[in-house]
Design a protein around this ligand. Structure first.
Ligand code: MTE
Ligand code: MO
Length: 215
């Protein structure tokens, strides 16, 4: 069990500083208060350059048959999946019953064709700072989305738009914001928070020493 506080104690002040700067809300004073609906704004960087929906692209590369980059119109042409699910951060806050709309990751993977050598999928934010990964089996779940809408509106910049990942069964740090790249790989590479001690398999209620009941 390596909780947030414990991680700071165990690895020393520099990481503790980083953790409080990052998993704690960052930015203007308004961000310290929970936003409407209970979300908190989290970013490991102080600001991320905005991308417009008109020019935003998600690049799918690596162990695939047809590497491709998808704009919003391309994503809209793929089958759309709607999920009404909670969003749960590993630090304890939860937003119940959010409506997520987007392309289920298995549908996106089918569109590019996955190589038989593939074992994992790696995600990168378009500012290049934040990373995440899933095993191929996890990435083929129907409750993992490239989300384009939250609660009936396009995903806002602060929530990681134009597109963000939404990994329903896992803690919020898996749901990478400002999605820029999806790379199909031969192995899982731990993501940003996982390098700092969080579990790579971030199942809600049974990882990170937590027992929040999944809903
Ligand atoms: N690119 C990026 N994605 C990220 C993060 C981040 O700092 N940068 N924080 C993660 C964490 S810990 C949480 S809880 C959620 C928060 O999403 P929100 O800012 O929309 O509330 O985003 C996740 N995705
Ligand atoms: Mo989080």
């Amino acid at each position: 069990m390596l909780g947030l506080g414990v991680a700071g104690v165990a690895v020393g002040a520099s990481v503790q500083d980083r953790v409080s700067r990052t998993l704690a809300p960052v930015g203007p004073i308004g961000d310290i208060l929970p936003a409407a609906g209970g979300f908190r704004y989290y970013s490991v960087t102080s600001s991320v350059k905005r991308q417009s929906a008109a020019t935003h692209r998600v690049t799918v590369s690596g162990l695939v048959d047809k590497p491709q980059s998808f704009g919003m119109a391309d994503l809209a042409r793929l089958p759309q999946t709607v999920l009404d699910r909670d969003f749960q951060c590993v630090t304890g806050w939860r937003v119940p019953d959010v409506r997520w709309v987007g392309v289920a990751l298995p549908d996106l993977l089918d569109a590019v064709g996955v190589s038989p050598r593939a074992r994992a999928v790696r995600f990168t934010s378009f500012d290049g700072v934040y990373t995440e990964s899933l095993t191929l089996e996890q990435a083929r779940r129907r409750d993992v989305l490239v989300a384009t809408q939250m609660d009936g509106k396009p995903v806002t910049h602060d929530h990681g738009g134009p597109t963000r990942l939404y990994v329903a069964p896992m803690y919020g740090y898996k749901s990478l914001k400002w999605l820029g790249g999806i790379e199909v790989t031969d192995r899982v590479k731990p993501g940003y928070w996982e390098e700092l001690g969080y579990d790579v398999d971030a199942w809600v209620g049974r990882s990170n020493g937590r027992s929040d009941a999944p809903t």
